[in-house]
Each structure stands twice: as C-alpha cells, then as structure tokens.
Design a protein around this ligand. Sequence first.
Ligand SMILES: Cc1cc2nc3c(=O)[nH]c(=O)nc-3n(C[C@H](O)[C@H](O)[C@H](O)COP(=O)(O)OP(=O)(O)OC[C@H]3O[C@@H](n4cnc5c(N)ncnc54)[C@H](O)[C@@H]3O)c2cc1C
Length: 453
Amino acid sequence: MSTTWATKKLSGWGRYPVVESRCTRPERRSELFDALKDRGDRPLLAHGLGRSYGDAALIEDGAVVLTRRLDRFLDFDPETGWLRCESGVSIGELIEVFLPRGWFPPVVPGTQFVTVGGAIGCNIHGKNHGHSGCFCDHVRRIELLCADGEIVTCGPDENPDLFWATVGGMGLTGLILSADLQLYPVDSPAIEMESVRFENLDHFFEVSSESKDYFHSVAWIDCVQSGRRMGRGIFMRGRHAPREATGELEPGIVAAIAESAKQFADGRPFRSNHLLNKATIRLFNEVYFRRHRPGMERSIVSYEPFFFPLDAVNHWNYIYGDRGFLQYQVVVPHREAMRHILEMVTSSGMASFLAVIKEFGDRDHGGLSFPCAGTTLALDFPNYGRPLFELLDRLDDAVVAAGGRVYLGKDARLSRQNFRKMYPQWERWKSVRDEWDPKHVFQSDLSRRLGLT
Ligand SMILES: Cc1cc2nc3c(=O)[nH]c(=O)nc-3n(C[C@H](O)[C@H](O)[C@H](O)COP(=O)(O)OP(=O)(O)OC[C@H]3O[C@@H](n4cnc5c(N)ncnc54)[C@H](O)[C@@H]3O)c2cc1C
C-alpha cells in the first residue's frame, strides 16, 4: 500500500524554527517500509513528541515519520523488569502501566511527554545522572530500520558501533522500531523530597556536594541576580518513598495521586510576545526565591510535581508568544567556567525565565551524547532576536574554551565550527553513520546545519 503523506507545519518545543514537511503517521511496521520507499528523493526523519526544543526533529521539505502510533508494549518480564516496547510509547504511558506494578523508568527527563525513541535519540539524562547515567545505560537492544530497508538489531554486545552511534544519534542512523529497557523497582509512587535554599553559586556547590547520596537532585537557579547573590536558588533532592510512608502501592492510590497532579492549566490563552519580559522575569524569580524560607524544607510529594513540574501547564511553551523561545543547555567541567557563564548571562541583561543547574556524574558516552562530568545549566530565553543570538554565540565560545558542550537536543543555532570543537568525536560518529547510511537518507535541519549530513 502506498503511504499517505500530509503537509504539516512542525516545530520543536521552543516553537522556533517552524518548518513545513511531508508527514506520515504509521501504525504498523509495514507502513514504515512503505514510507522509506515512497519518500521519493526527500530525506527522512523520525519525529516523536516534538519535545526537543530546536531543529533536531525537523527537516524542512523532508519526509517525516510521526512515531506516536507505534505505541505497543511487546514483552515484559515481571521478575526482572525488562520491557520490550515500540519506540512511540511515551514515558508517561510507561509510568501509567508499570508504576501500579511497582516499576518506574530508569531515567526520566523534566517532562513525561517524550517517546522512548526520542529518549534514545537524544540519550536523555534525568535528575539521577550521578547514580544511573543516561537512558542508554538501561537499554540492551534496539531494533533499527536502516537506510537500506533492513531491520538491524544492535546493543552494547551486538553491532555495538551502530548502537553507540544511535544512542544520542539524533535520529540520524535510522528509525528505532523497538527497544529493550530495564525498568527499576520502586516501593511507592511518592517521593521523599527535601528542598534547600542556597544564597549564591558557591552555596549551590556546597549543597550539591552534600547531596550525593540522594538518588535524584536538581536545582532551580535565579539567573537575574548578579554580585554576591549571583546563582541563588532552590536545591531539590529526593528518592522514592518507602511503602510505609504512603500506604500500600495499590492502583487506586496511584490513580488518586495521578488525578491530583493532572494538568490544571493551559498556556495558550496567555500567548503573548510581551508577557515574559525582563521586568516580569525578575519579579517571578524574586517571588519564587522568597516563597522558600532560608534553610531546608521536607515533604512527601507525588512523583509528578517532583519529576515533571512543568507538565501541570499544558502547552506552557505558548506563553512565550509567536516568536517562540530558545533553550540553551550547556555542560562545563569546572566550577569557574560556570561562574563565568553566569556572569555573562546576568550582565547581558537578557533574562532567562526558567533556569536549572545540576552536577552530572562522570559517565560520558561519546559520539553526539551530551552528558559528561561537570555542571550543566539550562536557560530558557524568550526569542529576543539578534541580541540573543549574539549572546549565545559568545557563550558558545566560552563553553568551547572551558572544554564543555551544548546539548544538541535543545539547540537551534549552534555553528558548525563550535559544534566540532565541542564534540571532538564527531568524525568517528559520522564514519559509523555513513557506513550504515551512505546515501544520507536520514537527515535533519540540525544535521545539515552542523555538517553531519
Ligand atoms: C519540559 C521539558 C523538559 C525536558 N527535560 C529534559 C531533561 O531533563 N533531560 C534531557 O535529556 N532532555 C530533556 N528534555 C528534552 C527531551 O527529553 C528530549 O528532546 C527528547 O528527545 C524528546 O523526546 P520526543 O519523543 O519528543 O522526541 P523528538 O523531539 O520528536 O525527537 C528528538 C530526536 O530523537 C529522534 N527520534 C525520535 N523518535 C525516534 C525514533 N523512533 N527513531 C529514531 N530517532 C528518533 C528525532 O529524530 C530527533 O532527532 C526536556 C524537554 C522538555 C520539553
């Protein structure tokens, strides 16, 4: 059967850039083979839930496979927690089905609206990088539809070069059909959480060092304050609560917790190019910081506000207005480099609405994978236009000088030159990729911009 294509406008979560592509939404594997054949000479790319921020899941005028209907659970071993599922299954669906049975995904990002294919494509990290590494550390087998139409299985022990090029490979080695994923056992859906207010960047590093035993940790940081308050914020650390803290782990309890944490608002009515400006961002930061008393607070919360606080507002990305926004996430190996970056941001006068800081563990998977030892900072900037792009170029130079890198899953504008310095293993990655896709069937706007395809 021939493929049904529809022309659609697509963007990443930052709503910048927006491009038009020919899209198809297959439900079965056979339709994927058809799509590969019927794409004509257009390049092909998988698009999951579009939660990468920039152009990693976009290909202008290309052929896009929307993977969300490839959402079947294929096999599960209740003794070991090994799950085989299709790549369009979302993290939220995994939790909905397996948390009532006492299992949780090994690594989750800041939203549950990402697919397993997207989690592998960006080799995502969570709040537990120091303890659990990245998503790929819990994947033992991937089925990949390659450019020549063959299904190839790969894993750390089978076609390992292809496996390591595919994890974090931004969809450029083929279409991930299914993955074998290790879930981990939890006693309850609740999290024992502690939040600690820190007064500046040095204080953040102190609290972070004291928190290494906590399984999950992350901090919100105020990126408006300069001087001795620069880098103040709230540190959050936690672990799944034991059963006795929340009662029996019954589906009813999980459902009740999920119900209480359901999305309660929609960002679209607040869509405006002017709502988030320097004054409102400064005000938000002040109020958010002051809401927390100095010192530490303890609570037991549902997993949702702990792991996915922004999911409570549906379409929150619309509040940045039609110009969209850019997320800029970097990792730098030294604390002084992070201080320098924060100084550049605060002195630019360009305010970041939401900023998150965290120390990674030391696992680095090479290739195009982002996490490595150091401190990561993620900033959300309204699309201020040219002044912002110039600031980000200067920040890139500082990141390169410090031996750090920008997260490609969040990127929409990094230059080819700086990319090559940040990811020195790119040539090795490209040679593996080109071996499996010599005609460059799989491409994205990101891969073209960075000279990868
Ligand atoms: C609020 C929010 C919080 C976030 N927090 C984090 C975080 O804490 N840590 C983190 O690492 N990331 C985080 N992210 C980014 C997000 O986890 C990743 O971008 C993830 O890849 C998105 O998954 P997706 O299904 O939306 O993939 P998409 O954005 O659709 O695609 C991402 C990439 O994966 C490829 N891809 C998707 N499906 C397949 C497939 N089946 N086969 C081959 N390639 C595929 C695409 O081609 C693309 O290159 C966050 C994003 C948001 C919006």
